[in-house]
Design a protein. Structure first.
Length: 203
C-alpha cells in the first residue's frame, strides 16, 4: 500500500506567503491612492505587486475577498479603532482626520468605490451600538426624539465624508477639520443639554 504523503508546513514557505499577501495588499493601497475613483482590476493589482494573476487568486478567491481583506488591512495599518468612551469619541476626529490626510486616496476610495461602500455598510451595526452606548451613559431621562437627533448628527460628523467635505469645500487640512468636527460634536451635545426638560450630562 502506498504510504500517505504528509504535508509539511515550512516556516520559510509560510513567511514567503505572508510577504506575498502583504505585497498584494500594499499594491492595492498604492493603486487606490493614485486613482481613488477608479475601478482597479485584479490584473493591475498583480502587475503592481509584481506577481502573476493566479498568485493573487491563490491568496484571495475573488475580487470581493481581496477588498474585504484590504479594508481590514488598511484600517489596521492606520490604527483607526473606534473610541470606547464618549470623551474619547469627542476627541477622536483630531487624530483620525489627520491620519486620513496621510492616505487621502485610499480614504476617498472608501467613499467612492463599491467595495469601500460595502465595507462601510458592514461597519454600521458596530457604530450604532457604540453611539447608543455612549448616549445612554450621557443622557438621563432625555426625550428619545432628542437623543435620536443627537445620535444622528454625531454619526454624520464623525465620518470620512465630513473630512472630505471640509477639505474640498472649506480648504481645511485633516488637523483643522478634526478640530472643527470635535468642536461641533461638543456643540451638539451642549445644545441638547440646554433644551428644556433634557437632563443630558457629559461624562
Amino acid at each position: 500500500m502506498k504510504p500517505t504523503a504528509r504535508k509539511y508546513n515550512s516556516p520559510l514557505r509560510q513567511s514567503h506567503a505572508e510577504d506575498t499577501r502583504e505585497r498584494i495588499l500594499q499594491a492595492t493601497a498604492e493603486l487606490l491612492d493614485a486613482n481613488p475613483h477608479g475601478d482597479i482590476s485584479m490584473d493591475e493589482i498583480a502587475r503592481s505587486a509584481g506577481v502573476e494573476r493566479r498568485t493573487v487568486f491563490r491568496h484571495f478567491s475573488n475580487r470581493e475577498a481581496l477588498f474585504d481583506a484590504f479594508w481590514d488591512y488598511i484600517n489596521s495599518a492606520m490604527n483607526v479603532g473606534f473610541p470606547e468612551t464618549l470623551d474619547a469619541l469627542l476627541e477622536a476626529p483630531k487624530t483620525t482626520f489627520s491620519q486620513f490626510d496621510q492616505r487621502e486616496g485610499v480614504i476617498r476610495a472608501s467613499l467612492h468605490t463599491q467595495s469601500g461602500h460595502a465595507m462601510r455598510l458592514r461597519s454600521i451595526p458596530v457604530r450604532q451600538a457604540a453611539f447608543r452606548r455612549f448616549l445612554k451613559a450621557a443622557f438621563v431621562d432625555a426625550d428619545p426624539a432628542e437623543a435620536a437627533k443627537a445620535e444622528a448628527v454625531l454619526h454624520l460628523l464623525y465620518t470620512a465624508g465630513a473630512w472630505e467635505i471640509l477639505r474640498d469645500y472649506c480648504g481645511l487640512d485633516g488637523e483643522q477639520a478634526g478640530e472643527a468636527v470635535s468642536w461641533a460634536m461638543r456643540a451638539v451635545l451642549a445644545a441638547a443639554k440646554a433644551k428644556p426638560n433634557n437632563s443630558l450630562k457629559l461624562q
